[in-house]
Design a protein around this ligand. Sequence first.
Ligand code: 13P
Length: 223
Amino acid sequence: MTAPTLPEDSPALRAQAIATARASNATGINVNKAGNVSVRCMRGAQAGFIITPSAVPYDALTPEALVFVRVGDGRAQGRRRASSEWRFHRDLYAARPELAAIVHTHSPHATALACHGRGIPAFHYMVAQAGGADIRCAPYATFGTPELADAAVTAMAGRRACLLAHHGVIACGATLDAALALAIEVEHLARIYLLALQVGEPPVLDAAEMTRVIERFGSYGRA
Ligand code: 13P
């Protein structure tokens, strides 16, 4: 588990952020330099996060290329320019203290749904992995804008993942591993949903059942 209070220059934290970005390519949820990755950390007494730099291929990432951004005012400190999406990372960290890592992707099946402005309804119980009875799709706004950050925070209310219309996916977690796993899960669910749609709109599980599933997930995997 990544402690959110690790210092921003922690070699282990920087290595894990780079490994997560590379894993997003290796697992096929990103290609080339799509997406970005961040994780909470501290710079002295300043709370913030390190984020992948803008437009640097993940294979070429070095620990020094990651950029520290203050949560308080969005001020970036680093040798490179922070990801163009630093605003929605910042606004999500500011709004959601329990989230400590964010993975953004353009994963193909989820993005295909998002291009129709469609989220993922409770057609399958695993949708609850994102924290609720559906995975919403935020309305379109230009990448990197405060409007996109606002839309993302709204779509993410009570959830750990959302789609972004005509754009992609945001998945969050308490750790980088959790955020990456959820990004992969969202892509997998979107793929199944698109398959199910081939024979018509599938029925959805009702709210009571999804509440039961969310409760059971609370103890799932615990000895
Ligand atoms: P950055 O290279 O600036 O992170 O942009 C990639 C992206 O996916 C923007 O949405």
